[in-house]
Design a protein around this ligand. Structure first.
Ligand code: PGA
Length: 267
């Protein structure tokens, strides 16, 4: 099966129950009334929202979400126990998540998650069939020191070292999100994002073979908005977007989805 393009909205710690349902009703009504998007959603594009987990459960219960999937922003790798504040993979699945962000830079840098932690989360998600979205990317300082490439290599390789997990995985999804571009309004250039995504595909090919590399869905994230989304989506190795701030507003997020749908309708 041909892989679908993927537009994800990472809400971070924004929107409680009321605001989430308001967003869902506005966004779903707009999608449902736009036949050009509906057509593309059947075969070529997936839209997924990553709300706070309490809102996710409620959103999932609503009848107006036929064209959307949902994911969690974080999970713990153990199934249950004394881990205050954490949610397990089985809890995320029960709440209605299909995807989990793993290793988002805010988890790595604000909550001290290292490569080993990210790898354990990836392994558990994969084993339990919650599709992980691995997030990688260099900081500003690493970039200035010319270390961007080696940081991306280390982060991707560490996760892919897992022996058999990927074989059971329907496909890998990896988001390249340079840390300096997240929430700053300073996005990478489309060329830089393409270069990094191409590097990631090469690493996947080297470690897991050409077929897996080809199937891998690569996202760019970091200050994506309606004005720059198309530049990224037009790149050969960019299969979708991980959108933070601009996904909080239904109109802006819809604008990005519309751009993706019109591009895909020409392919
Ligand atoms: P941003 O966030 O679009 O607000 O930069 C992206 C992300 O953190 O995934």
């Amino acid at each position: 099966m041909k892989k679908k393009a993927f537009i994800a909205g990472n809400w971070k710690m924004n929107k409680g129950l009321g605001e989430s349902i308001d967003f869902l009703s506005t966004f779903s009504a707009a999608i449902d009334s736009d036949l050009s998007i509906i057509d593309i959603l059947q075969e070529k594009l997936e839209i997924s929202i990553f709300p706070p987990i309490v809102s996710l459960y409620l959103m999932k219960q609503q009848k107006m979400n036929a064209h959307l999937s949902f994911g969690v922003q974080n999970v713990y790798w153990k199934d249950s126990g004394a881990f205050t504040g954490e949610n397990s993979v089985s809890m995320a699945l029960e709440a209605g998540a299909v995807y989990a962000l793993v290793g988002h830079s805010e988890r790595r840098h604000l909550f001290g998650e290292d490569d080993e932690t990210v790898r354990k989360k990836f392994d558990t998600c994969t084993k339990m069939k919650l599709q992980p979205i691995i997030c990688v990317g260099e900081t500003d300082i690493e970039r200035e020191k010319g270390l961007a490439r080696s940081v991306i290599e280390r982060q991707v390789e560490k996760v892919l070292e897992a022996p058999d997990e990927i074989e059971n995985n329907k496909s890998l999804i990896i988001a390249y999100e340079p840390v300096w571009a997240i929430g700053t309004g300073k996005s990478a250039t489309a060329d830089d994002a393409q270069r990094s995504c191409s590097l990631i595909r090469d690493i996947v090919e080297k470690m897991k073979g050409a077929e897996t590399a080809d199937r891998t869905v690569l996202l760019y994230g970091g200050s994506v908005n309606v004005a720059n989304a198309l530049d990224f989506l037009q790149q050969d190795d960019i299969d979708g977007l991980l959108v933070g701030g601009a996904s909080l507003d239904p109109e802006q997020f819809l604008g990005i989805v519309r751009l993706a749908a019109s591009l895909l309708s020409e392919r």
